[in-house]
Design a protein around this ligand. Structure first.
Ligand SMILES: [Zn+2]
Length: 343
């Protein structure tokens, strides 16, 4: 990136109300058949336009074609039975009815490549594309085949690598893996989680990112956050190993969070997508609040490696609020950019 402090979002953005029920996770589609295919494309163009109007530098599809950041990818794979469901505890936090792995998992066809190609045709700006990370994928399934979290994660990593290589080939600039599970299962992250992630990025020439957050602003997550005490030091457990990994960019939650900013020092050398927008509140940050967070981060990240971003995806928010937050992010980044450039 030639731009100083290039802005981006963590991933999902709200869908138009004619496509899916707003402010809802796993929201059902309102269209069917060809209308749904066309509607997703229209939504993708709209959300791209929202980002461009707000002055976001690294744009995305806002996950307009997916119902959920993990489930939609898994739905396209073989080996998982969505009819056969079991109750499991997701990220040690809440129980959910999840599909069952009944056979060897495999990717028989591309998942997002057509969507990515379509987005590439719409813009010359850098594009970031999000995929679920291997550890977060296994955490939303009941495994009745491999019976090993590590083995299943490794199989998913190989599948993700196939998809990532094709995303790179159609011109995606940054491929991001969403790993909120990295904030929960520290021992596994260090034992094999980061290794699985590196398997997923093997051979890629484009930039790679990992997004590690405290989740969407839904009740199960905000309740969990209340139990974490006054300082959130989860990142401390995994940053030393992540610093040693081949991943280029680490995307983090920093706005209104209790993560001590100095933990970022542990990944010195990496590019850091600093979450300067809180996705768990409808209050729109002021540009000055965004700038404050970025200035604090600059104590621990070199300016050329600081990428202002959002804490997490914004799909549970209204479009109006999300647009306000995109504008605030852009304006806040501009304040600090001008300070750095001595304007
Ligand atoms: Zn997130």
């Amino acid at each position: 990136m030639k731009t100083l402090l290039p802005t981006s979002t963590a991933g999902s953005l709200p869908k138009p109300s004619w496509l899916a029920q707003p402010e809802t996770l796993w929201s059902p589609w309102k269209l069917q058949g060809q209308e749904l295919v066309d509607g997703k494309k229209d939504a993708l163009r709209l959300i791209l336009d929202d980002q461009i109007q707000a002055g976001i530098d690294i744009v995305s599809d806002g996950e307009q074609t997916r119902q959920h950041f993990v489930t939609t990818f898994i739905e396209h794979l073989n080996g998982v039975d969505f009819e056969k469901r079991e109750i499991v505890r997701i990220r040690n936090r809440y129980d959910a009815s999840v599909p069952t792995v009944i056979n060897a998992v495999a990717r028989m066809k591309p998942v997002f490549i057509e969507d990515a190609k379509f987005l590439r045709q719409q813009t010359k700006q850098p594009i970031k594309w999000a995929l679920p990370g291997p550890m977060t994928m296994i955490d939303t399934l009941y495994d009745n085949h491999y019976k090993s979290r590590e083995k299943l994660a490794w199989e998913f990593a190989k599948i993700l690598n196939q998809e990532a290589k094709e995303l790179e080939a159609v011109g995606i600039d940054i491929i991001q893996f969403d790993e909120p599970a990295f904030n929960v299962f520290f021992d596994e992250v260090n034992d094999w989680g980061i290794a699985a992630l590196e398997r997923a990025v093997e051979g890629l020439k484009c930039e790679t990112a990992v997004h590690i957050c405290y989740g969407y602003g839904i009740k199960a997550n905000t309740d969990w956050k209340k139990t974490l005490g006054s300082e959130w030091r989860q990142y401390e457990e995994i940053f030393p190993k992540l610093q040693q990994s081949s991943i280029d960019i680490v995307s983090l939650e920093c706005q209104n969070s209790r993560v001590p900013m100095d933990l970022i020092e542990l990944i010195r050398g990496k590019k850091v997508m600093v979450g300067a927008i809180d996705v768990a509140t409808n209050d729109i940050e002021t540009p000055e609040q965004v700038a404050d967070t970025l200035r604090k981060a600059l104590q621990f990240v070199d300016a050329d490696k600081l990428y202002p971003s959002t804490n997490c995806g914004m799909t549970p928010l209204s479009r109006e609020i999300a647009r306000g937050k995109l504008n605030a992010l852009s304006a806040g980044a501009a304040i600090v950019r001008n300070e750095l450039l001595g304007k």
